[in-house]
Design a protein around this ligand. Structure first.
Ligand code: FES
Ligand SMILES: [Fe+2]
Length: 370
């Protein structure tokens, strides 16, 4: 007999396999959420810029004369040629098509023969700006001009991160590890967001770093906050000065919906996950590793290698198998394991994540997703 106590079922397979749903996410979710653009240290002096892609758009960040960082769509306001490529430094931004030039604040400065045009108002022409935030040195942009600030999306995260990584403003990227996965971005993000699979699949992580029985993941606005107690830190592969600060012995992580995560290892060691969705069946995960002022660090390099060879490698096989399974005619979405006490063997975090995923797909395309 059916009751209203039916278990909550996992998301329907088409959310992970249907290119039409990926299209809806690209136009909707990816264009109206905070997405990682790059690290502030990539822009050292006025005129420094770098380009990046998100939600099918080319964009760039540039430092202006006052040291402020702006983000713009990478398109000339004359006849739409792409303005800049790659990264570099420039006093003015000059379009390669007809040499219209813009100042570092995006305002049109000059163009060949524009004075010949009666009524041409240079001051009316400006590159199209995109909201940008510097979040502890990490630059995030949001294509929604009315985007709510990151502190509303992710309450408390900025100050928690600063406390867990006291030197966070001095960090520079030391190493990027690129991990292509043949699966939908949501399969990879879900896999990151539960530790129900950890004990069975991540021996190094579950026996070397965390105590899985204490692992928990709770929503904090649109952040999923991972907390755990750690193993005896004497067994860690690098030295940790537990007296350095209150958080020196802590592992913690902050997943920022939809595609970024800050993760801190004992010793206040920050590393990041940045998912880039390619299409319905492919995602690239960028693991970022950092050190103070970007100085060489054997510890960080070794951690990056160990992480790639263990946790990352183990997860690739899991997520790719799931993607194949989601395409099977034999798959019927199963019940999520919702333990009212939460904890490591509960999938309550997946229920939260899947409700965000369902909203994002259904908000714009009830018919396509229905
Ligand atoms: S399109 Fe840029 S100057 Fe013409
Ligand atoms: Fe995993």
């Amino acid at each position: 007999m059916a009751t209203d106590m039916n278990p909550l079922l996992s998301l329907d397979a088409r959310y992970y396999t249907d290119p039409a749903i990926f299209e809806i996410e690209s136009r909707g979710l990816f264009a109206s959420s905070w997405q990682f653009a790059g690290h502030a240290s990539q822009l050292q002096r006025p005129g420094d810029y770098f380009t990046f892609e998100m939600a099918g758009e080319s964009l760039f960040c540039v430092m202006d004369r006052d040291g402020a960082i702006n983000a713009f769509y990478n398109v000339c306001q004359h006849r739409a040629h792409q303005l800049v490529q790659g990264s570099g430094r420039a006093n003015v931004l000059t379009c390669p098509y007809h040499a219209w030039s813009y100042d570092l604040g995006g305002q049109l400065r000059a163009g060949p023969n524009i004075k010949a045009v009666e009524g041409f108002r240079r001051e009316d022409i400006c590159l199209t700006k995109v909201p940008i935030e510097n979040f502890c040195g990490f630059l995030f942009v949001n294509l929604d001009p009315d985007a709510r600030p990151m502190d509303e999306w992710f309450p408390g995260v900025r100050s928690e991160l600063a406390a867990h990584v006291p030197q966070i403003e001095q960090l520079r990227p030391l190493e990027w590890v690129e991990i292509p996965e043949t699966c939908n971005w949501k399969v990879s993000v879900e896999n990151y967001s539960e530790c129900y699979h950890c004990t069975l699949n991540h021996e190094t992580f579950a026996t070397g770093i965390v105590r899985p029985e204490t692992y928990d993941i709770q929503p904090q606005g649109h952040c999923l906050r991972h907390t755990t107690e750690c193993q005896n830190l004497d067994a860690m592969s690098y030295p940790i000065d537990l007296s350095a600060n209150d958080y020196a012995g802590v592992y913690s992580s902050w997943f920022l919906w939809p595609m970024f995560s800050f993760q801190v290892y004992p010793g206040n060691l920050l590393n990041t996950y940045h998912w880039r969705a390619v299409d319905a069946d492919h995602v690239i995960v960028w693991r970022g590793w950092y050190s103070i002022d970007g100085v060489e660090s054997e510890t960080v390099r070794q951690l990056a290698v160990q992480d790639r060879e263990t946790t990352v490698e183990e997860d690739i096989h899991l997520v790719e198998s799931v993607q194949r399974g989601l395409k099977s005619r034999g798959y019927r979405p199963g019940p999520l394991v919702m333990d009212p006490a939460c904890g490591v063997n509960s999938e309550h975090s997946i229920a939260v994540l899947q409700s965000w995923m369902r909203d994002a797909a259904d908000r714009m395309g009830t018919t396509a997703a229905g």
